[in-house]
Structure formats: structure tokens, C-alpha cells
Design a protein around this ligand. Structure first.
Ligand SMILES: Nc1ncnc2c1ncn2[C@@H]1O[C@H](COP(=O)(O)OP(=O)(O)OP(=O)(O)O)[C@@H](O)[C@H]1O
Length: 227
């Protein structure tokens, strides 16, 4: 793994019942990169992300994430890997019966942090996403964009090195999408690598970054302005 890489795939292949989804693929995400992963429905974007947080093992090849070889990682080390990742997915929803504060605190409690640290850190990350004043509210009191910002705060709480975002602007109106993109940009400017799966080409054009298109099992770099 190069000194600067935070994710490195080498010769990665994934097939489901004889359908090859990723085909001898190489991929590299460097420290501080911001990369979009695009591709048609069924191209394999979710499978690509699942490899990174060890929800899926490849049929062959090597997957290195934040210095760990994921393919040979013991089960008990998987939480250790996931703490190095901030995960912002549409299906990682907030707990509806807990306040905003508790939703963010939860991810720190499971790692066994001290209460005094948890309090300080939760207020810090809620401040970063501009939602300290909503800490006592329930998720249902928040707009979709605000809820997504809480999800981002929760993902930031453990100070991950890499942010994985799957369609973070998927269900949001343009104003809320812009807020989420500004936030991801800020997070990236602070040095965190961001890998974002999206179908939202308007956002990609507005915030152009390295864009990889997944097609026929491989990634190809495309010009984000010509999508
Ligand atoms: N567990 C599975 N068993 C069998 N086939 C699967 C499985 N998971 C995914 N597939 C198939 O593999 C292909 C890639 O799926 P994947 O979800 O990775 O694509 P995607 O690019 O994320 O799609 P979308 O944009 O619709 O979310 C699809 O044809 C899908 O039906």
C-alpha cells in the first residue's frame, strides 16, 4: 500500500452466481482525496462500498483500508475497521425514539468512551454541522437535510480517516443538497478522504472532483463536467 493511500484495491473480482460485477479491478483513494463513484443501476457501486466496510469479501484480490488488509481481517477486528470509516448511507437511519444528541452519542458509547468525552465530542460535531441548537429534538422534528447532517455528525464522531457516502443527496431538494455538499467539502478540506456514490450528476457538475464510472466491472475516469 502506498504511503498516501487510504483505500487500495488490487485485482479485485466479485461475482454473484456467475455474473461478474467487479472484474480484476484496481482502485486507489489517497489521503485527502474526494472521489465520486458513478455508474448505472446494477453496475456494482454498492458492492464496491460493501467491500470497504467488510460487508462483502471479494472472490479474489486484495482490499486494503486505512492500513488493514480487509480480506484477512478477523471478525472481531471488523468494528476496529469500521471505526476508521465514517459511513453516511441512506439505509443507516437515525434511531427515531432518541434525540439528536443521543443518536450521535450512541456511536461513541459503543466504543466505550468516557461520558465527559462523549458530551464534549457530541457538541463539537453537532456544532460542525450547525445543529447544536437541535440537540434535544427528535429526528422527526428535523427536515430531511437536517437529518442527513445529523447522520454526518454521527459519522464524524469517531474521527474517521475516510468518509463513505452513498447517495447522501439522494432524497434532498437542491438547497439541502448544497448544504450537504458544502459540509462534505469542509470535511474534505480538513484532510479526510471522501468517497461518494451518486446518481446526482447536477451535484457532480457543481462540485467537480475526480469521477470514476463503474462499467463492465472496471472503473474509468471521466470528466465530471461532461456528464
Ligand atoms: N447478494 C446478491 N446476490 C445476487 N446478486 C446480487 C447481490 N447483490 C447484488 N447483486 C447483483 O449485482 C449487481 C450489482 O449490484 P450493486 O447493488 O452492487 O449495484 P449498484 O451499482 O449499487 O446498483 P444501484 O445503483 O441500483 O444501487 C446487480 O445486478 C445486482 O442485482
Amino acid at each position: 500500500m502506498s504511503q498516501h493511500s487510504v483505500i487500495e484495491f488490487q485485482n479485485v473480482s466479485v461475482s454473484y452466481s456467475h455474473r461478474t460485477v467487479l472484474d480484476d479491478l484496481d482502485f486507489n483513494l489517497e489521503n485527502g482525496d474526494f472521489t465520486y463513484l458513478i455508474g448505472e443501476t446494477g453496475a456494482g457501486k454498492s458492492s464496491f462500498l460493501r467491500l470497504i466496510y467488510r460487508d462483502l469479501l471479494p472472490d479474489s484480490g486484495s482490499v486494503k483500508v486505512a492500513g488493514l488488509e480487509v480480506t484477512s481481517l478477523k471478525d472481531k477486528k471488523v468494528p476496529h475497521l469500521r471505526r476508521r470509516l465514517g459511513i453516511v448511507f441512506q439505509d443507516f437511519q437515525l434511531l427515531p425514539d432518541r434525540t439528536v444528541y443521543e443518536n450521535v452519542a450512541f456511536s461513541l458509547k459503543v466504543t466505550g468512551e468516557k461520558n465527559s468525552y462523549i458530551k464534549q465530542r457530541v457538541l463539537e460535531v453537532l456544532g460542525m454541522v450547525g445543529l447544536s441548537h437541535k440537540r434535544k429534538n427528535m429526528p422527526e422534528d428535523l427536515s430531511g437535510g437536517e437529518q442527513q447532517r445529523v447522520v454526518i455528525a454521527r459519522a464524524l464522531a469517531n474521527e474517521p480517516r475516510i468518509m463513505l457516502a452513498d447517495e447522501p443527496t439522494g432524497n434532498l431538494d437542491p438547497g439541502a443538497s448544497a448544504e450537504i455538499m458544502e459540509l462534505l467539502k469542509q470535511i474534505n478540506n480538513r484532510g479526510m478522504a471522501v468517497l461518494m456514490v451518486t446518481h446526482d450528476y447536477d451535484t457532480v457538475k457543481e462540485y467537480p472532483r475526480r469521477t470514476l464510472k463503474l462499467q463492465d466491472g472496471k472503473t474509468k475516469e471521466v470528466d465530471p463536467k461532461n456528464l
